[in-house]
Design a protein around this ligand. Structure first.
Ligand SMILES: Nc1ncnc2c1ncn2[C@@H]1O[C@H](COP(=O)(O)OP(=O)(O)OP(=O)(O)O)[C@@H](O)[C@H]1O
Length: 231
């Protein structure tokens, strides 16, 4: 049974439909990239999975259970770990406090996060608002890992970061997948980076899947992806 399954799923905001009949299944340990131009609905898909957009039709299942009427805060408790594009770090809490407020018992505790991101250990007493963009992103990921999720949803984790930091983060995300077996969904403008981090990808246009395939396949035939994502 898939970990997460969308069946003819429709969602949006108010009267506006953004995700328009999506079929998608993600298995445990699987990595999926969600690609597409600005405004095609990538973030809305993540927000819908987390319960922050209006569910209009179709179904959304988690481990086979219908999530349709489950409020957002309970979805996080069920093992859906969301790392928002805005990162949402508490600026007046320290790095360590930012991590501890999210903590729930499980494999990932403070020590595990500091092993994964040694830079956060060095910065443990710094205020969240005083971190560089890369450190903020590490903290955002670390904080979500503290909830011990089964599925990690990352919205443009590399946005605005220097290439050397992107490389460091990519390595860490690879390790997480390989060693910890996380299922991940990654929304990214940098399509090639995302494809290298995933098993499979979908390309969206106007709230629908217009292209899908294994990441290897799509990397080998990247021109087809670019037809849909080039601006
Ligand atoms: N809170 C909202 N209320 C109403 N419409 C919204 C809201 N957020 C997004 N939209 C609209 O939904 C559509 C899809 O936006 P979404 O942010 O999901 O796209 P995206 O593919 O993630 O783009 P980006 O790469 O710019 O983040 C857009 O037309 C956008 O204007």
């Amino acid at each position: 049974m898939p970990l997460l399954e969308l069946d003819n799923f429709v969602s949006g905001y108010g009267d506006a439909v953004v995700i328009d009949g999506m079929n998608l299944a993600i298995n445990e340990h699987e990595g999926l990239s969600v690609l597409g131009r600005n405004g095609v609905g990538k973030t809305t898909l993540m927000l819908s999975i987390m319960g922050h957009a209006r569910h209009v039709g179709g179904s959304l299942r988690w481990n086979g259970d219908d999530l349709g009427h489950v409020p957002a805060y309970r979805r996080a408790r069920l093992g859906l770990g969301w790392v928002p594009q805005e990162r949402d770090i508490f600026p007046s809490l320290t790095v360590e406090e930012n991590l501890l407020v999210a903590g729930r018992s499980g494999r990932f505790d403070l020590e595990a996060i500091y092993r994964l991101f040694p830079r956060l250990r060095q910065r443990r007493s710094n205020m969240g608002g005083k971190l560089s963009g890369g450190e903020q992103q590490m903290l955002a990921i670390g904080r979500t890992l503290m909830t011990n999720p089964k599925l990690l949803l990352l919205d443009e984790p590399f946005e605005g970061l220097a290439p050397v930091i992107v490389e460091e983060l990519e390595e860490t995300l690879q390790r997480l997948r390989r060693e910890e077996g996380f299922a991940t969904i990654i929304v990214e403008q940098r399509a090639e980076d995302a494809l290298r981090l995933s098993d499979r990808a979908i390309v969206l246009d106007r709230g629908r899947v217009v292209l899908e395939g294994s990441s290897q396949e799509l990397l080998a035939d990247f021109g087809r992806v670019q037809e849909w994502i080039a601006v």
